[in-house]
Design a protein around this ligand. Structure first.
Ligand code: DCP
Ligand code: MG
Length: 408
């Protein structure tokens, strides 16, 4: 056998961590995300809450309608990152490569360490036991010959599950009559396209390969491959901090039509992106602006930049992108760096050539901070550390939104 892969996924991750740390929450429907009085979404919820139909990504108001008796809490990201770090310590003991997909989820290449299938089983058991004994959390583990099969396997018996898919034949037999969404990368939108063409199950994909490729192009080729259980992708070492992008976004409590105000918010978001990028020592070669309009239509616009981590560059690019979009009321705004690299590409400025000591970008940042502070009578520069926390940022932006009318 070529590869032996484990896929580990924590059960109701954020919620389980909160329940572990406050046992009075145990057995209750717990919903982590925005509060019902705010605007925003469910990040995750306990299995008790799932019984009411609540799920990740759902509008928090809809969650509240389904489950008014639930306990609602904001996420504590710092805590989850710390738990994730501890999980990686366990995982990496047994894998020659660990590829993080999210804070709570990773592929582990155990081919060498396990030696054979029985050895891999033993590793899966050990990881589940250590996660329970040392971190007091449960996870679901899938053991398989490929990444897609391992992921499918870990979902098979959730929560606290374990499942094996030894061969492509086993994989295909398991999923053949399931909806196309079981295939990795097929989300709701792709599924809709396929359904509209009468392609509902994996069997349909197998039988109508040409049609799938015609509809979906390159993604279609990939989907037809995995419909036959073919997936040769390797597990490539990847830490959570090696994210594909570094971004920040926020949902306003009321829609915003004032695009000058949106630019001020973009500056604060850019500061926070710079902070995160600096923490992991990465530079982005592109900036993405993300908007969700009041009617829930979402758009993203991106632009390439010389690899940077400067809030000023991020902010300026994001403003240019914002100038180009349709001006409608906005519900959510976000900005991110993508195409990350560990080397900066600095354009030499006139000042650099003249050998000035000062950093023009840092100066510009200070200037923008001072102007914003003056406008709102707030000391932004003196409280940058706090602004990097999403809750403070959110509160500050709400304060700005409410006071803006009075100022301008
Ligand atoms: N998450 C989020 N927003 C989403 C999906 C997930 O913020 N739309 C966060 C919260 C989750 C964590 O990521 O706790 C892991 O996501 P999973 O999809 O693995 O969900 P859970 O671990 O919460 O539940 P499950 O037991 O289904 O894996
Ligand atoms: Mg999970």
């Amino acid at each position: 056998m070529d590869q032996i892969i484990l896929h580990v996924d924590m059960d109701a991750f954020y919620a389980s961590v909160e329940i572990r740390d406050d046992p009075s929450l145990r057995g209750k429907p717990l919903i982590i995300g925005s509060l019902p009085t705010e605007r925003g979404v469910v990040a995750t919820c306990s299995y008790e809450a799932r019984k009411f139909g609540v799920h990740s990504g759902m509008n928090i108001k809809d969650a509240y309608l389904l489950c008014p008796q639930g306990v609602y809490m904001h996420p504590n990201f710092d805590k989850y990152r710390e738990v994730s770090r501890q999980l990686h310590q366990i995982w990496e003991t047994y894998a020659s490569a660990a590829e993080a997909v999210a804070l709570d989820e990773a592929y582990l290449d155990v081919t060498e360490r396990a030696g054979d299938w029985e050895g891999a089983r033993e590793i899966a058991r050990t990881i589940k036991r250590r996660t329970r004994d040392e971190l007091h959390l449960t996870c679901s583990v899938g053991l398989a010959y490929s990444k897609t099969a391992a992921k499918t396997a870990s979902e098979e018996k959730k929560p606290d599950g374990y499942f094996e898919i030894p061969t492509p034949q086993d994989f295909v037999a398991l999923i053949l009559d399931r909806d196309v969404q079981v295939l990795y990368t097929v989300g709701e939108k792709t599924a809709e396209k396929l359904h509209a063409a009468g392609i509902r199950t994996v069997r349909d994909v197998q039988e109508k390969q040409a049609e799938v490729v015609r509809l979906l192009g390159k993604q279609g080729q990939w989907i037809t491959q995995i419909a036959f259980g073919i997936d040769d992708r390797r597990v490539t070492p990847y830490r959570p901090e090696d994210a594909k992008s570094i971004g920040r976004e926020l949902t306003f409590q009321e829609d915003v039509s004032d695009y000058d105000f949106l630019k001020e918010v973009l500056f604060l978001l850019s500061l926070s992106v710079e902070y995160r990028a600096k923490r992991v020592d990465l530079y982005g070669k592109g900036v993405t602006l993300k908007l969700t309009y009041a009617n829930m239509k979402g758009i993203t616009r991106s632009h390439i930049v010389p690899a940077c981590d400067s809030s000023v560059t991020i902010y300026k690019e994001a403003c240019k992108l914002l100038d180009q979009v349709e001006k409608r009321p906005v519900r959510l705004i976000g900005v991110s760096l993508y195409n990350l690299s560990d080397e900066e590409e600095r354009q030499l400025s006139f000042e650099d050539l003249l050998g000035h000591e000062t950093d023009p970008l840092a100066e510009e940042q200070n200037r923008l901070l001072a102007a914003l502070g003056e406008r709102y009578h707030l000391d932004f520069a003196g409280h940058l550390d706090q602004l990097y926390h999403s809750q403070t940022l959110h509160r500050t932006v709400e304060y700005m939104r409410k006071h803006r009318r009075l100022i301008s």
